[in-house]
Design a protein around this ligand. Structure first.
Ligand code: NDP
Length: 475
């Protein structure tokens, strides 16, 4: 047995991860259900490092040094269970199975508990950065036991993206913590993209500008606070011209956004844990709405379509939209980190939130300059109740709040939908407001359902005899 680590599942992701490992000097065992993929990897890239290819799973396991570390990179869901089931009897106590696919954290918790009974470490590991990231350096979010990280840490840190000499990989926490954090990362990615799309829509409507000009605006924004991979590629996509028609590419793409489900998982989890992640939820629903083609068509026919905004000062409007985008983005991240906080508390993971910001700085889709500020905020106060109250972000949002209000008001008056901009502003206002009208909701609940209420001036629960003498009684 000579291999340091093995990869089973050699489609695009597994293949690139295996090559990345080999390029960093690790001896990599290879296996895939259909042998053709294994053979082609060795034939095309065998010279990039040391590979030990096997055609059967037993031979593959036998080629690994003990304790064995096996990366499973197959289709998420049932295939992952099938592979784990086949692997388990071939492994020994102390071996490590790493699922780098996009698993739901609840599945990871289940698998971890099952393998733990066999003395096998199961590591649910989030990997972000797509195909290219897997090859050139992804952001890696491993969960599982601390003991498993002693072996995996040095290997994963060597292949992860590096930013300022720091690898974008850290042990996130036990069992499902890694896949949970990866899920929230994807949810934040949904919000980020929706906010960018709303900014684009407003600028286009407000300025009457064409995509090449809008591309320049985003390119300029990419040299400031908003600097990020997504803003950078927004400029590229807007500047792109369709080959066949010569039209701006964005004008020939059907306006129906698709999704693979991680945004939905994030929102479902947030509902379960009672965390208001309004930005991510609006972004997820906005994709759903865009896909309801028949309903949209009926609405266009039945409802009048006046929309459009009047902009007097173009430079001011562009700056307002930029500030509104930044403030809304702060809210979306604040909400995402609240969800990590809640998940960590619910499942006892003790996730270091500042470290999550650190490992998202490179490799992944939401990589951004702004993540340094998040890390600094949690370094200064590890118990920060909300990112929004960290001095840097509080100042940044305060500085932009008038712009934000103008943009949301202008959009509403002009009939341009900005669900993420608007709901983020509403969240910011609600968080600061005293009293909230929740007091009236409690009154209504007590009236129709005797659900009781608490008072502002003394402890305890109370109920009013609404149908009788309307006297208050302790509940
Ligand atoms: P796919 O999700 O397309 O899965 C194909 C691989 O799974 C093949 O190796 C296939 O083997 C194997 N497989 C499928 N069913 C079984 C089974 N029942 N038993 C054994 N092997 C099986 O591959 P990708 O490389 O696109 O993705 C791998 C994982 O990574 C997925 O979980 C995916 O969600 C995730 N992913 C992550 C991305 C990221 O950015 N982090 C991007 C893309 C994917 P065979 O060749 O024999 O058919």
């Amino acid at each position: 047995a000579t291999a340091d680590i093995g990869v089973t599942g050699l489609a695009v992701m597994g293949r690139n991860l295996a090559r990345n490992l080999a390029r960093h000097g690790h001896v990599v065992a290879l296996h895939n259900r259909s042998v053709q993929r294994t053979r082609s990897l060795v034939a095309e890239h065998g010279d990039e490092g040391t590979f030990v290819a096997s055609e059967s799973l037993a031979e593959f396991v036998g080629s690994l040094k003990s304790p064995r570390a096996v990366i499973v990179m197959v289709k998420a869901g049932e295939p992952t269970d099938a592979v784990i089931e086949e692997l388990t009897p071939l492994l020994d106590e102390g071996d490590i199975v790493i699922d780098c696919g996009n698993a739901h954290f609840a599945d990871t918790r289940r698998r971890e508990a099952t393998l733990r009974e066999h003395g096998i470490h199961f590591v649910g590991c989030g990997v972000s950065g797509g195909e290219e990231g897997a090859l050139l350096g992804p952001s890696i979010m491993p969960g599982g036991s601390a003991q498993s990280y002693q072996k995996l840490g040095p290997i994963f840190e060597s292949i992860a993206a590096q930013v300022d000499g720091t690898p974008c990989c850290v042990h996130v926490g036990p069992d499902g913590a890694g896949h949970f954090v990866k899920m929230v990362h994807n949810g934040i990615e949904y919000a980020d993209m929706q906010l960018i799309a709303e900014a684009y829509d407003l600028l286009r409507a407000g300025l009457g500008a064409e995509p090449p000009e809008l591309a320049e605006i985003f390119r300029t924004w990419n040299s400031g606070d908003l600097e990020s991979f997504l803003i950078e590629i927004t400029a590229d996509v807007l500047a792109h011209v369709d080959d066949t028609t010569g039209k701006p590419f964005v004008d020939i793409v059907l306006d129906q956004a698709e999704q693979k489900g991680t945004g939905r998982w994030t929102v479902q989890t947030a509902l379960d844990l009672g965390v208001p992640i309004t930005g991510i939820a609006e972004a997820t629903f906005a994709r759903s709405l865009s896909g309801h083609a028949e309903q949209r068509s009926a609405a266009r026919a039945a409802l009048s379509q006046e929309s459009g905004i009047q902009v007097d000062d173009r430079e001011q409007f562009i700056e307002d939209v930029r500030r509104a985008l930044y403030a809304s983005k702060v809210v979306a991240y604040a909400q995402g980190f609240d969800l990590i906080t809640a998940g960590s508390a619910e499942y006892g993971w003790d996730v270091d939130r500042g470290a999550m910001a650190t490992i998202w700085r490179g490799g992944c889709i939401i990589r951004a300059r702004f993540l340094d500020r998040i890390r600094e905020a949690y370094d200064a106060d590890p118990d920060l109740p909300s990112l929004l109250v960290a001095p840097y972000f509080a100042d940044a949002v305060r500085a932009g709040v008038q712009s934000w209000r103008r943009v949301v008001a202008t959009a509403a008056l002009g009939g341009i939908p900005t669900p993420a901009f608007s709901s983020s502003l509403a969240y910011y206002d609600a968080l600061r407001r005293l009293p909230l009208p929740a007091a009236l909701i409690q009154g209504l609940r007590d009236n129709f359902g005797a659900h009781t209420y608490r008072r502002t001036d003394r402890d305890g629960s109370f109920h009013v005899q609404w149908a009788g003498d309307k006297a208050e009684h302790p509940a």
